[in-house]
Ligand binder design. Structure first.
Ligand code: PEP
Ligand code: MN
Length: 453
């Protein structure tokens, strides 16, 4: 049989980076202008990288440690970033939330935390339908700011390849400010109290203050002992997003002249979503060719055979840290579905870091019509994830969350008890509901407890 792949002239694509073009790629926009797309791809193809290979390699080592239980991954950020919200304040609030959660986890569980944002590139979304109809008008669905605009007008909803370049530029600015915050003193552990300023009303904040005070005391003790605290001034902070729009990911992929290996330089870590993880699909093919650490989301229909086959495709050398499985089964399914998957993957000798995404299996529509999640369901899935791994003697390696540093009202419950009526107050997300700042800290305290038991 002759396949399209056979038509690539021999030697023209030694790294196989364009083979994905001959396979089915789900969830791609229909770009209206092939010429404009090619021009954008050409410019992105020679643009400066957002991350460098050495950083991605270091992350692989960190994720391998998380897979062994010697560290814990904390990955969080918006469901979808928007161009309009890429302000320094919003970005700082997200980074601060992750730093605070990491402090809670590190302090509570004495575990190094690998900090990663869904940040600086999380601009594309898979959708359940290609179109949206309102009042008898049908337009393309919103696929994220990288593809089209959210307003329900033909002009906004028509995919525009120039948005890929805009996404790159805004991601570069975001990455720059994240690097400044995490290396320029803001992330200094001696600022633990400062990060909480203005937030003291809530029980989660009061509890955080107590943690911060204990950390302060420990630092003063160590300083008095003459310890060198350079390590506390900066943190490693990694960038990640779903590798969905393959024209963007391909254009930002570079071959490292030193090693001859390809890296997707749009982020340190890329993941494949639940809807695009087909074994014979374009997304798995493309990410199999790059050397970054990669993730795959695994929903409740995942079979052990699927998971093992994905590992063989994406990590044929079985390198620890290269592959992360992000399970998102739902609170009601995790205890039934996850054990067999983990058991058989483990029995097959597959090296993988297991992470829980307790958000995407627990989405509901509230009585008032909002897409939301219950804090209790989110917590229950994390609890189930820990129970399953503890039961099997495998390692719960991390937490993948949709969260924001702002005071939104998108997820039901938490100690502020956001109710159905309360959702309308500050429901800002364009796609999935996020934990707010306070709910995120509360979650971190609960997970720290799970890590120690
Ligand atoms: C997401 O992470 O926003 C997402 C769409 O997840 P999943 O692929 O797990 O549905
Ligand atoms: Mn989402």
């Amino acid at each position: 049989m002759t396949t399209a792949v056979d038509t690539v002239p021999p030697g023209s694509d030694p790294e196989g980076l364009d083979r994905f073009r001959f396979l089915e790629a789900r969830q791609q926009p229909t770009w209206p202008d092939a010429g404009a797309l090619a021009a954008v791809a050409g410019r992105l193809g020679v643009a400066a990288p957002l991350v460098v290979p050495a950083e991605s390699e270091r992350l692989t080592a960190r994720l391998a440690a998380a897979g062994r239980g010697e560290a814990f991954l904390l990955q969080g950020g918006d469901c979808a970033e928007t161009f309009a919200d890429a302000s320094a304040t919003r970005i700082r609030n997200k980074v601060r939330t992750i730093l605070q959660m990491a402090v809670i986890l590190t302090h509570g569980a004495s575990t190094p935390v690998v900090k990663m944002g869904r940040l600086a590139g999380q601009y594309a979304k898979p959708r359940s339908s290609d179109t949206e109809t309102r009042d008898a008008v049908t337009l393309p669905a919103y696929r994220g700011d990288m593809v089209n605009g959210h307003d329900f007008t033909p002009a906004d909803r028509t995919p525009d390849p120039r948005r890929l370049e805009q996404a790159y530029r805004i991601s570069a600015a975001t990455a720059n400010v994240v690097r400044a915050f995490t290396s320029g003193g803001y992330a200094d552990l001696r600022q633990v109290h400062e990060w909480n300023r203005g937030f003291m009303r809530n029980p989660a904040y009061a509890r955080y203050e107590r943690t911060a005070t204990e950390i302060d005391r420990a630092i003063r003790f160590m300083e008095a002992c003459g310890a060198d605290f350079d390590a506390l001034r900066t943190v490693e902070f990694y960038l990640s997003h779903e590798a969905l729009i393959l024209d963007y990911e391909r254009a930002l992929t570079r071959v490292d002249p030193g090693t001859g290996r390809a890296y997707d330089t749009s982020a340190h870590f890329l993941w494949i979503g639940e809807r695009t993880r087909q074994l014979d699909g374009a997304h798995v093919e493309f990410l199999s060719r790059v050397s970054n650490p990669v993730g795959v989301k695994l929903g409740p229909t995942t079979t052990p055979a699927d998971a093992i086959a994905l590992a063989e495709r994406l990590n044929p050398d079985n390198t620890p840290g290269r592959l992360t499985f992000v399970t998102r089964m739902g609170a009601g399914r995790v205890r039934d579905v996850l054990p067999t998957v983990v058991e058989q993957v483990t029995a097959a000798g597959v090296a993988v870091t297991w992470v829980t995404d307790p958000m995407h299996g627990n989405t509901i529509t509230s009585a008032s019509g909002y897409k939301t999640r219950r804090f209790t369901d989110v917590l229950d899935e994390v609890t189930g994830f820990f129970e399953v791994h503890r039961g099997l003697g495998t390692v719960p390696g991390g937490l993948h969350m949709e969260l924001t540093g702002d005071d939104v009202t998108e997820v039901l419950g938490g100690s502020e008890e956001i109710s159905d009526d309360g959702l309308a107050l500050r429901y800002e997300t364009l796609v999935d509901p996020r934990l707010n700042h306070q709910q995120s800290l509360e979650m971190a305290f609960r997970v720290a407890e799970m890590l120690t038991t």
